[in-house]
Ligand binder design. Structure first.
Ligand code: PAF
Length: 278
């Protein structure tokens, strides 16, 4: 079974396929259909696919969030092998990825990290880039796949790859949703059944705002009112943002690439979502 749990095993395997086009899907495990869609996309476009499963401590802002993060290695391996039993899985230990200190290196992100998740979660993106750069270094993928649910993460990774001349193409993949519209996330597992069902209102709200030609102020008040009807959900931000700069726009303009972003917490779980403004 191609499951590698330390660097030596990974290197031995990697050496055999040096000339092959290699796709990487980095994950923190607890795989859902969103991850599986990334893996299927990687399968189409590459000769070899690596999925990494590693709950990266340096991107969490507090110990309780890290400890609560769902872990299900065996189910994850089974789900990947259902897609294709030749997909390689790398599930390293903390010591493999952080042989010295468990800490994030600092990066400059051209201001992309000063808004939304970056503003609310200090050092989060330094942690993400620290681990993604380590994974790119050991796997050397030609392509790497990231979901648009974490749109800010995707933008920051694209920017880092460009400025640091990393020879890996970043492939964005669309958000996959649960039947009620809730964006798929490993964190959804932590919600009670009732709250998970109720959380469908987040996407319904975004969809309403994105397709009714509403102005920015109307969008903000519609979202605030929608959250007021679901008081257990704390709204952290609702912003209309330019896709390239990630800065809040002065006004909605369907001719430009803009999205609405929201972040909320419920039952101690942070949920994020976004939608294209058209
Ligand atoms: O999106 C995630 O699951 C994580 O941030 C990533 C990219 C795997 C890095 O730990």
């Amino acid at each position: 079974m191609p499951l590698y749990q330390n660097l030596e095993a990974l290197y031995r395997e990697r050496k055999k396929y040096l000339g092959n086009q290699c796709g990487l899907v980095p994950t923190m495990g607890a795989l859902h259909r969103g991850h599986l869609a990334l893996i299927e996309q990687a399968q189409i476009e590459n000769e070899r696919v690596w999925v990494t499963i590693f709950v990266n401590p340096t991107q969490f802002n507090n110990a309780s969030d890290l400890h609560a993060y769902p872990v299900s290695l065996q189910e994850d391996v089974d789900a990947i092998h259902k897609i294709n039993p030749t997909i390689n899985i790398f599930a390293p230990s903390i010591r493999d990825m952080y042989p010295d200190q468990v800490h994030a290196t600092s990066h400059a992100f051209n201001g992309l990290d000063t808004v939304m998740e970056g503003a609310d979660r200090p050092d989060h993106f330094n942690g993400v880039i620290t681990i993604v750069s380590k994974l790119f270094e050991v796997i050397k993928p030609n392509r790497a796949y990231f979901g648009e649910k974490d749109f800010q993460q995707l933008s920051i990774i694209k920017n880092w790859v460009k400025t640091a001349n990393i020879p890996t193409t970043i492939v964005p993949c669309p958000i996959i949703r649960e039947a009620n519209g809730l964006a798929m996330s490993s964190r959804n597992e932590l919600l009670t059944k009732t709250t998970r069902a109720e959380a469908g209102f987040i996407y319904k709200t975004l969809k309403h705002c994105a397709s009714n030609g509403m102005k920015k102020a109307a969008i903000y008040s519609y979202i605030k009112n929608a959250f007021a009807k679901h008081p257990k959900f704390t709204l952290h931000y609702a912003l209309c943002v330019d896709e390239t700069s990630l800065k809040e726009v002065d006004e909605v303009n369907p001719q430009e690439k803009q999205r609405i972003f929201v972040a909320t917490s419920v039952e101690g779980v942070r949920l994020i979502d976004n939608i294209v403004l058209k």
